[in-house]
Each structure stands twice: as C-alpha cells, then as structure tokens.
Design a protein around this ligand. Structure first.
Ligand code: PMP
Length: 350
C-alpha cells in the first residue's frame, strides 16, 4: 500500500477471481466459463469491428439494445448494457443504496457482492442459507432494504422458483430487488417478464457463461424504464463508453446466433447430468444444480485436499475457504471429455 491511498479504500479487500494459470494446460473447471468458443458469427462480427477501433463505440449501444430488447420482449429503454454483470451490480449499488440504505443478500452467495458494497460504501446485511443450502424466502419478505438474489445461487447452483421471487418483489414495493441471473440459461425459469409488472425489479444477466463471451466482458440489466434511467445516470458519469466496439459486435452476433446458444446450453445440461450421476457413483453428495457448475462434497476428503490433489493431476476446480463451504468443491461443467477427465482423476484419487 502506498502512502497515497485514500482513507476511503484503506480497508478494501479486493475480490480474488478463480485462478487463470499460465504455467500449463489444465482441464479448467474453476471459473464457470463456457468450454465452447464464441459463436462463429460473433467472432466474425468482432473481427470486422476491429477495423473500426480508431473510433469510439456507440455509448448508447443502440443496435445491441434493439436486438436484445426484441429477443427478451422488452422495450429498448428497459435495458442497459454493462462491462460484465459485475459492473451492473456496482452501478445498481451506487444508484440505489448507501450507508443509510443497505443491501441484503445471502451469507453464502456470489463473493463479489460484499466487495462491491465495500467499494461503493454501501452497508450490507446477510441472511443465512437454510441447512439444505437453499435460500429462505421468508428472510426476504418485507425487509425494506435493497435485495440481491443470485438465481441460481452461486456457488450452490440451487434455483429459487419464480413464484418465491415474485413474493419477495411484491412485499418490498419500496425497495429495489436485483435478481442476478448469471446462470439462468441452464434450466432455470427467468423472472425477466415480471419487469413489466413491477417497477422495483431489476434482472441482471451476463454473456460470460451461456454465450461464451467471458473475455469480451458483456452484461446487461433489464428493468422498469425509470430504474434503467438511474443506472444510465451512474454509467454515463463513470464511463459512457463502457462497451467496446469488438465486444458490442460479438454480443450482437451471440444474440443473433440463437441456434448455437441453444445447442451449447443443451450440451452443458446433458454433461451436468452425466457429471452428477458419476459423482454420486463415486460417493459424492451433490447439491441440486440448475447452473453450469455443481457443488459437491465427499466424506472421504476435504474440499481443500480434493482441490489440491485434482490440481496435481491437471484438473482445476474451485475451493472456498469459508464456513459451511470447506467440505465442498465447485466444479464447472465443461465439455464431455473434460468431465470424463475429471471423473478419471477422481477414480484414481478415491
Ligand atoms: N453473478 C454471478 C452469480 C457470478 O457467478 C458471476 C461470475 N463470476 C457474475 C455475476 C459476473 O459475471 P460477469 O462480470 O463476467 O458478467
């Protein structure tokens, strides 16, 4: 730390992303990326856009918004694009929360929420998950605070039914409810259509998983026009050019190439079923996942030892050194060969 760092940030503990090792080729199942490259059409549009990089991108993201609005059945003013959904979460905290207006989320959820809250000087409260690792809806009824719910939740992969989220939205009419649907395309039902019914619902999505664009950094938020206008006020005060030309073009391609997207989601769901079945055969307990990852534990070995032993065998998974999570590892669902490699490594280990 330099002597110049502002008092504001002296206590900040930044997010530690999953490893992106460069030393060797791993079977990489640790950061919930897609094992498939971006759609060939998205790649082509991105390459073409590279030729215009001397120009600033469209700060309004008009074409991308039009295509997305059409796809998701919303108005163009009900959608805003962000540099990954992490940026969207920060914008939402800046826009709707503060020291006196806290945000509430689960104690076991996406680790970026408390970090973004610290950065934006927003106070937060956590609600413990139930013993079965599900979110207790009752905890979020009439809380009178901004709420973030990851659905499916991370790192558990467990899904909350739409009706439960609707109850939360209805009972917190004077507060914004942010539903982070980063993993919704792997079998879950989205609450997105409800933005037409409720003016306090924001749905956050990403292109990092099901649309194979983690490296492009593209996310978006859908909600009532007034909420989106507020997010745009923050966005335009921070970085109006938050989506670069190549990413914008790739995003357009990824949305248009629906067939590629659907095929890949279906493959991941099939590979998840295979992986869960194999893990159970090997004595693992696996939480019910509707995401592109599973959260699993085995009585014979701790999460940390499993992570370390798998790493030695060239398979990377994610381990969380946190209460209630230590016994588990989170395994991204990749291509079939990757999942076979994981199972073979586990067979040797156990
Ligand atoms: N939400 C959840 C629940 C996530 O797991 C992630 C990915 N780490 C994100 C949001 C952020 O994704 P991105 O910034 O790549 O869009």
């Amino acid at each position: 730390m330099s002597k110049f760092l502002s008092e504001r940030y002296k206590d900040l503990l930044p997010y530690v992303p999953g490893e992106q090792p460069q030393d060797m080729q791993y079977v990489k199942l640790n950061t919930n990326e897609s094992p498939f490259p971006p759609s060939p059409y998205a790649q082509r549009l991105a390459r073409e856009a590279a030729g215009d990089l001397q120009l600033y991108p469209d700060p309004e993201c008009k074409q991308l918004r039009e295509i997305a609005a059409d796809k998701f059945g919303v108005d163009i003013d009900e959608i805003v694009f962000t540099n990954g959904s992490d940026e969207a979460l920060c914008f939402a905290l800046m826009a709707f929360c503060g020291k006196e207006t806290p945000v509430v989320f689960a104690d076991v959820t996406y680790g970026f929420y408390p970090i973004a809250a610290n950065l934006t000087k927003v106070s937060f409260e956590t609600k413990p998950l139930k013993d079965d690792y599900s979110i207790d809806v009752e905890d979020y009824l009439s809380v009178g605070k901004t709420i973030i719910i990851a659905n499916p939740n991370a790192p558990t992969g467990m899904l909350m039914p739409v009706q439960d989220i609707e109850r939360i939205v209805v009972s917190n009419k004077n507060n914004v409810v942010i539903v982070d649907e980063a993993y919704i395309d792997y079998g879950g039902q989205s609450v997105l259509p409800l933005i037409k019914k409720y003016d306090n619902l924001l749905v956050c999505r990403t292109f990092s998983k099901s649309r194979s664009l983690a490296g492009g950094r593209l996310g978006f938020v859908v909600g009532n026009k007034a909420l989106i206008a507020d997010l745009n006020t923050v966005r335009n005060s921070f970085n109006p050019y938050n989506i670069n030309r190549m990413t914008m073009a790739a995003g357009i391609g990824a949305l248009i190439d629906e067939e590629y997207f659907e095929k890949n989601c279906a493959t991941i769901i099939k590979n998840r079923e295979f992986t869960v079945q194999e893990l159970k055969r090997l004595g693992f307990e696996v939480l019910d996942s509707e995401a592109n990852f599973v959260f699993a534990k085995n009585k014979k070995i701790s999460g940390k030892d499993l992570y370390l032993s798998l790493k030695k065998k060239g398979v990377l998974v994610r381990y969380f050194d946190k209460d209630r999570l230590r016994e588990f590892v989170r395994i991204t669902i990749g291509a079939k060969e990757q999942m076979r490699a994981l199972i073979e490594a586990l067979e040797e280990l156990l």
